[in-house]
Design a protein around this ligand. Structure first.
Ligand code: FE
Length: 285
């Protein structure tokens, strides 16, 4: 028996700024939706005004979770405290398991033009929070694109769609990360693991999500939180639509969160701040 997932909540992204003053839209990790276990944050940055992004994200720490950067346009240079360096170009993804600690910067590689992409934060379970940091830098050509139905294509970043597995592997919460592109008047059914938390962020056009009479139109800039089930129906009308489909296994653990540190208890947060100050957070990568 199959059960359709339906939209249980719709969240409108909030304009905010982060890093050294990068203008962005925060979709998850706001007072409207603090988290969707195990997802802690989702930001969209999209601007062709250099003043909105040139300041970038200078050196800052992370501990206890994973940051996922997916670029649609423009490019950024990533550099960490032990000299790991990489370019995040259009169509690429960086899945960074911060684990016990990373100090890094993400700075624009362009002086003008469009900068467009997403950053997602995925929580780690208590047993993995102090794991060694790990990078999965995936260039555009390594992300497979599949046809899900006529006029519906998806880039498979993590997890599986239409029998094709994405390149990001070994992530403890077994995430699905799809970038779905639908032509006008198209329809697709997407498979999801029952029991996994799931949401869809429409970033262009408009898409109706959910089956039959319970379908809900979701416009660009809105996040649809999905109820449980093992599939999602997506339909477009006169307009095309593009959305990220995200799903993962919930951790159901206490969350203690302070800026770039996400742990289970207050004591562990105090320790993280202390380790950052003393330099211990960034040692031994
Ligand atoms: Fe960062």
């Amino acid at each position: 028996m199959t059960t359709d997932r339906h939209v249980t909540k719709v969240i409108t992204g909030q304009p905010t700024s982060d890093g050294a003053g990068v203008q962005l839209t925060r979709v998850l990790g706001t007072p409207q939706l603090d988290h969707l276990d195990p997802f802690l944050l989702l930001d969209e940055f999209k601007s062709d005004r250099p003043g909105d992004y040139l300041a970038g994200f200078p050196d800052h720490p992370h501990r206890g979770f994973e940051t996922v950067t997916y670029m649609l346009a423009g490019a950024m240079r990533h550099r960490d405290h032990v000299g790991n360096e990489g370019e995040l170009v259009a169509g690429s993804v960086q899945w960074m398991t911060a684990g016990r600690g990373i100090v890094h910067s993400e700075m624009p590689l362009q002086k003008d033009g469009l900068m467009w992409g997403f950053q997602l934060w995925v929580n780690l379970p208590a047993r993995s929070k102090m794991t060694a940091p790990r990078y999965q830098d995936i260039p555009p050509e390594k992300i497979p694109e599949v046809e899900l139905a006529p006029g519906v294509r998806a880039r498979v970043i993590a997890g599986e769609a239409a029998g094709v597995r994405g390149p990001v592997e070994g992530i403890v919460t077994q995430p699905l990360y799809l970038d779905v592109r639908m032509e006008p008047r198209s329809r697709a059914t997407l498979e999801l693991t029952p029991g996994h938390a799931a949401c869809a962020y429409v970033y262009e056009g408009q898409v109706a999500l959910g089956a039959d009479t319970k379908a809900q139109e979701i416009a660009a800039g809105r996040l649809a939180v999905l109820g449980d089930g093992d599939r999602l129906t997506a339909v477009t009308g006169g307009a095309a639509g593009r959305f990220l489909l995200l799903a993962a296994r919930p951790l159901r653990e206490p969350i203690a969160r302070y800026g770039p540190f996400v742990m289970n208890t207050r004591e562990e947060i105090v320790q993280a701040v202390e380790d950052y100050r003393s330099g211990a957070l960034a040692s031994g990568v």
